[in-house]
Design a protein around this ligand. Structure first.
Ligand SMILES: Cc1cc2nc3c(=O)[nH]c(=O)nc-3n(C[C@H](O)[C@H](O)[C@H](O)COP(=O)(O)OP(=O)(O)OC[C@H]3O[C@@H](n4cnc5c(N)ncnc54)[C@H](O)[C@@H]3O)c2cc1C
Length: 405
């Protein structure tokens, strides 16, 4: 497209949600679109640093956007991987209760899974756990056959290929800094370049609230970055884990607890800690951004959340600095694991939306505005659910925007 051209749709963010949305639009016959990505590569943030799990749909409130899109998205993703020849495995996972007081939460999880239509659930007694994971210790468990593994960067590369073939464009190194409304057009400025479009879809992940404000839309929430820190099992000890081993999650928090995940490319990850990050893309313990930290400190919701969860937060910080404490948490599931079995792994930063009243926003949040759609909360399992979320956003765009096809 020449420089003077105006795109029908500008999509901000080349993570899995922006790309899945662009793919769905192209497949609906919309060709005048551009994906604008700040980094020099696609899937550079949440998508490229995630655990590679194809979630089953076990954890989510029946009827929620997470539940509906996870189940539909999982089925669509597995089909997509089969069609496109992407390596993936439906290896299943084991959820393990290690304390009596977790049994009622395990019951609730099983009920949710059934309500969400999972067919491969099997409730296990202590002795049956070892059929699936010989080294695990627990008093009861739940086998979840529908869980799988994949590499989401490879998935994104395939989405990008379909966008390009369908006539859509992808521009890297375009960090949106300012949006100007010019009659029917939106002028998107990166500082050294500009792109014009008629409609905008915000899929900026960790920056989705800021992009909304740039567009003159009040997001009604703030993104709080939580860093997930991982270890890797040394090769000689990888046989301690066959597939995926998870604890029973604490229903008060949006995280799943430290677990073991076999990766599709080989190796086993253990983690994560979930530590508040003082920089939105802060992958290292000492990363700090004055702007990000000040924005946290000035947000009333942050202090309300802090007053509720400070104890848990301190525990996570402690585990972040103490490998011994981290190993103790893992030993609840796998008693044989030792400090020497773990090497430092990578980290990923989650965008967690927080309301001004201090409540963590659990479900996906997609907000419509004039000539815009803003994806303001797309945490896990959004990678699993991406094809379904992308289709839903494309449907909103086709309904609200006057798109040429
Ligand atoms: C540690 C971790 C583990 C996870 N594990 C799983 C899992 O196993 N399974 C699963 O289903 N989900 C998992 N998730 C969740 C999943 O990865 C995310 O929900 C999903 O990747 C969100 O995709 P996204 O496109 O919204 O965000 P992102 O992948 O973060 O993409 C947003 C993009 O927008 C770009 N951007 C931001 N601001 C601008 C701007 N101003 N201009 C231009 N571009 C901009 C960024 O550079 C980025 O590339 C995990 C997440 C994390 C962090």
């Amino acid at each position: 497209m020449d420089n003077g051209a105006v795109y029908d749709v500008g999509i901000i963010g080349g993570g899995i949600i922006g790309l899945a949305t662009a793919m769905a639009l192209v497949q609906s016959g919309v060709h005048s679109l551009v994906v604008l990505e700040a980094e020099g590569r696609l899937a550079a943030h949440q998508t490229g640093n995630n655990s590679g799990v194809i979630h089953s749909g076990l954890y989510y409130k029946p009827g929620s956007l997470k539940a509906v899109n996870c189940v539909a998205g999982r089925e669509a993703l597995v089909r997509f991987c089969q069609e496109q020849g992407i390596a993936h495995q439906a290896c299943g996972k084991l959820v393990v209760a290690t304390r009596k007081d977790e049994i009622s939460a395990l019951d609730a999880l099983e009920k949710k899974g059934l309500a969400n239509g999972l067919k491969g659930l099997r409730r296990l007694r202590a002795a049956e756990l070892k059929e699936y994971e010989p080294h695990v210790a627990g008093i009861a468990g739940l086998w979840v056959a529908e869980t799988g593994i994949v590499d989401y960067v490879t998935v994104c590369e395939k989405y990008a290929g379909i966008i390009n073939v369908g006539g859509g464009e992808i521009r890297l190194n375009f960090r949106l800094k300012r949006v100007k409304k010019n009659g029917r057009e939106l002028v998107l400025h990166s500082g050294h370049d500009e792109v014009r479009c008629r409609n905008l879809i915000n899929c900026a992940g960790l920056y989705s609230d800021r992009v909304a404000r740039m567009c003159g839309v009040k997001p009604g929430l703030q993104i709080i970055p939580f860093r997930g820190e991982y270890y890797k099992l040394v090769p000689a000890r990888q046989d301690l884990v066959r597939n995926l081993i998870y604890p029973v999650p604490d229903a008060r928090f949006p995280f799943l607890g430290v677990h073991f995940t076999r990766m599709i490319a080989g190796g086993v990850e253990a983690g994560p800690n979930a530590v508040l990050a003082f920089k939105r893309q802060g992958y290292h313990r000492w990363d700090f951004s004055l702007r990000d930290a000040a924005q946290l400190a000035l947000y009333p919701g942050f202090w309300i959340m802090g007053s509720k969860f400070w104890k848990m937060g301190l525990g996570e910080f402690y585990r972040s600095f103490s490998k011994k404490a981290f190993v103790r948490a893992l030993q609840r599931l796998l008693p044989a694991i030792q400090t020497a079995d773990l090497n430092p792994g990578g980290a990923g930063v989650r965008a967690q939306a927080l309301a001004a009243n201090g409540s963590l926003i659990d479900d996906f949040r997609i907000t419509e505005a004039e000539r815009m759609v803003h994806v303001l909360n797309a945490p896990s399992p959004a990678a699993t659910a991406s094809i379904s979320i992308g289709r839903s956003i494309a449907a909103i765009a086709l309904k609200n925007f006057a798109l040429r096809r």
